[in-house]
Design a protein around this ligand. Structure first.
Ligand code: ADP
Ligand code: MG
Length: 365
């Protein structure tokens, strides 16, 4: 595919292929529909939530290269809703159709060690860490990091899965035996004051647009709430935007990227991790921004100009996890924008929907 062809704007009615059929794929598909695109969802699970919002789907494994080829032939551009797209899948698809974000973003964000090396290489602070390739690496790494830390798998972790806090060599050996796949990474425990994230977009012509930093609270390793504005100084907010901008520029990125930060007591920042996709901590944008993260991602991958990310109101996004989905409709009031993902079965820890609470500008009668 020539540069010129891959950079031209997709016409109305074109088809965007989306790998992954969870809630993020569903929300991308809805946003694409509103812009006049068709979407085709590729996902191995037959009962994927995204299948309900478009008639075009492929149910096949991510390593089914014949199915990938057929899918690519039916779409004009390909994107994804999760960072664990296998490298071989990305390679097969990218040879057939434009893939945004590119395979380099997947490679960096799939591996916590590669991610830290890349971000640290840009001069952006990351948590002190050591690679743990076998059990003998644990004692010197723990000693170097002050005797405590968080042991994480380098790959496939999400929502706090694939990581354990350790406070002694015995803890670390037990966690090493339990956590898979290896290798692991031991990170110093960062004494953060709060966590924030910046969701940033970059277009095919290199323009960037960052949403305001969100302040995030996690419970049991899962995002619970995102609050806007974050309780940080303007200088810290500006620095977070600059770091996010530097990361997307260095990756020659196209689409939405989520950047998670730890904020230290002095207002300085450490990047925790990045995600090459629309991000849970950006769901608030759908209620209070001129352009939300889903539309912004579709605009970028379609080669369209980015929209305005300006935030028009304060907002708190609350994830509805497990039975909390009962808040729709039971807990709704006039200032609450609900979003249910259409998942048939609610399980503890499963993201079922979210609420955006927008405080009234004027008293409501
Ligand atoms: P996931 O891929 O599951 O989101 P993260 O690396 O973001 O994994 O970790 C989940 C949460 O665990 C973080 O948002 C933070 O609250 C806590 N955490 C992770 N790493 C550290 C660290 N090095 N120091 C302190 N807290 C951490
Ligand atoms: Mg995280």
């Amino acid at each position: 595919m020539s540069d010129a062809a891959s950079r031209s704007a997709l016409p109305l009615g074109a088809t965007i292929g989306i790998l992954g059929g969870g809630q993020l794929g569903r929300m991308l598909s809805l946003a694409a529909s509103r812009l006049g695109f068709r979407t085709h969802i590729y996902c191995p699970e037959r009962d994927s939530p995204a299948f309900e919002v478009t008639p075009h789907k492929t149910v096949a494994a991510y390593d089914d290269h014949a199915a990938l080829g057929k899918f690519a032939a039916l779409v004009d551009v390909i994107t994804y809703e999760f960072e664990n797209v296998p490298a071989g899948t990305a390679e097969t698809l990218a040879a057939l159709k434009p893939l945004h974000p590119g395979a380099n973003a997947l490679a960096v964000s799939q591996d916590r060690l590669a991610e830290k090396t890349f971000i640290g290489g840009l001069g952006i602070p990351v948590a002190p860490h050591r690679a743990i390739r076998d059990a003998a690496d644990l004692a010197p790494a723990l000693a170097a990091l002050g005797g405590t830390g968080i042991l994480k798998t380098t790959r496939l972790g999400y929502d706090g899965k694939g990581q354990r806090r350790v406070a002694s060599l015995d803890d670390a050996l037990a966690a090493f035996a339990d956590l898979r796949p290896h290798p692991l990474v031991l990170e110093a425990l960062v004494p953060f004051e709060r966590e924030i994230s910046v969701v940033v977009a970059r277009s095919q012509d290199g323009a960037t647009a960052a949403f305001d930093p969100a302040e995030n609270v996690h419970r049991d390793g899962i995002l619970a709430t995102s609050t806007l504005p974050a309780a940080i100084s303007d200088a810290t907010a500006q620095l977070a935007r600059e770091h996010a901008g530097a990361i997307v520029a260095a990756l020659d990125y196209v689409g939405i990227l989520g950047v998670e930060f730890f904020v230290l007591a002095d207002g300085s920042l450490i990047v925790n991790e990045i995600a090459p996709r629309v991000h849970n901590s950006g769901h608030w944008t759908e209620a209070v921004c001129i352009t939300d993260q889903f539309e912004q991602h579709i605009r970028a991958v379609a080669g369209w100009p980015l929209g305005d990310p300006t935030r028009l109101a304060d907002v708190v996004m609350e994830n509805l996890i497990g039975d909390r989905i009962g808040a729709i409709p039971a807990g709704l009031g006039p200032g609450i924008r609900p979003h249910a993902y259409g998942k048939a079965e609610s399980r503890p820890g499963r993201k079922m929907g979210h609420l955006n609470r927008v405080p009234p500008k004027m008293p409501r009668k």
